[in-house]
Design a protein around this ligand. Structure first.
Ligand code: NAD
Length: 294
């Protein structure tokens, strides 16, 4: 863990204007956290309804801070005005740092990163919030891979302190420094990790999801497994956590892990998680997963 005032922060160029690509679960959360902590952020999506959902979530979280007495209504309005929703790259020329948070698909991410690289200045730092895709792989088609690294937040962004900052082979110290500094500015605890599929946390988490899936396939009751893991001391069980993450994201991320570590992570046949995904039980994002949500 890099403490405040570490070599990374001392080297960092200022990060005053930022942008997030994707206004989904993670993009919306990142926009809220940045705005709440005072750094203006452009929030870009390809769908107007996604932008509206992202804004609605940010508004809800800010209103909770007012309820708790942590924010005045004036400060809430100020924080909200820090988020600028957009469908275009029009204002990206001025941005210091970008977090890409679109769907967990290497092809889509590759295309989006190339696209945004063409819309920003030479010194803009580009980061990806990918859960599992190697940073070296995502850097392959970039013109300035030195300006690129991973910035992996956890869900829900406003509650989870950790951010993995992933150093690719070509990431510069300046890119790492700016990303660490931005994470700190957002009130988070950054750790700098080396690159591989799944980085650190998801190399631990995905085998755990796999173990849970086998249990369910062998007839275990998911609700009872959740209760046991809560008694074990975890804040929530694996079924509930999968509902929070989203079955689509979990399935795509699992495929990346299986490709990266075939001997340990690939498996025969369809998993219980695949079956949920095929049944469009995506979790909290569409109101039905292992559990039902209103
Ligand atoms: P999501 O499905 O909730 O949101 C994805 C958003 O990206 C959607 O709003 C979609 O419209 C938008 N999008 C798609 N193509 C786009 C494009 N070309 N330009 C701009 N926006 C585009 O997904 P999510 O759960 O927020 O995940 C986003 C990323 O964050 C993924 O890489 C995922 O692996 C990672 N992540 C997810 C979690 C989690 O728990 N869900 C945790 C950490 C990291």
């Amino acid at each position: 863990v890099k403490k405040k005032g570490s070599k990374y922060e001392k080297q960092s160029a200022p990060v005053n204007k930022t942008a997030v690509l994707g206004a989904g679960i993670m993009g919306g959360g990142i926009a809220y956290q940045s705005a709440y902590k005072g750094t203006p952020i452009l929030m870009k999506d390809i769908r107007e309804d996604a932008l509206q959902l992202g804004l609605k979530e940010a508004r809800k979280l800010l209103a909770k801070q007012v309820e708790r007495g942590k924010l005045t209504t004036g400060k809430m309005a100020e924080a909200l005005s820090n988020i600028r929703p957009t469908l275009s790259y029009g204002d990206f020329g001025e941005v210091d740092l970008i977090v890409e948070a679109v769907v967990e698909n290497p092809k889509v991410k590759g295309a989006v990163l190339t696209e945004v690289e063409g819309a920003v200045g030479e010194n803009t730092i580009l980061t990806s919030n990918t859960s599992t895709i190697s940073i070296n792989r995502l850097a392959q088609n970039l013109k300035r891979p030195e300006n690129f690294c991973g910035m992996h937040f956890f869900n829900p962004v406003h509650r989870m302190p950790l951010v993995e900052v992933i150093r690719g082979e070509k990431s510069s110290d300046a890119a790492i420094a700016a990303t660490v500094a931005y994470a700190r500015k957002m009130g988070k605890t950054p750790i700098v990790v080396n690159d591989c599929p799944g980085f650190l946390v998801n190399r631990v988490l995905f085998p755990y999801f796999g173990g849970f899936s086998f249990l369910v396939e062998q007839g275990a009751d998911f609700e009872r497994v959740d209760k046991v893991m809560e008694k074990f001391g975890w804040p929530m069980g694996p079924a509930y956590l999968l509902d929070v993450v989203g079955m689509d994201t979990a399935v795509h991320a699992q495929a990346v892990m299986a490709e990266g570590f075939p001997a340990r992570m690939a498996r025969e046949g369809k998993s219980a998680i695949d079956a949920m995904y095929e049944d469009e039980r995506l979790g909290q994002k569409n109101g039905k997963g292992f559990y039902r949500y209103e």
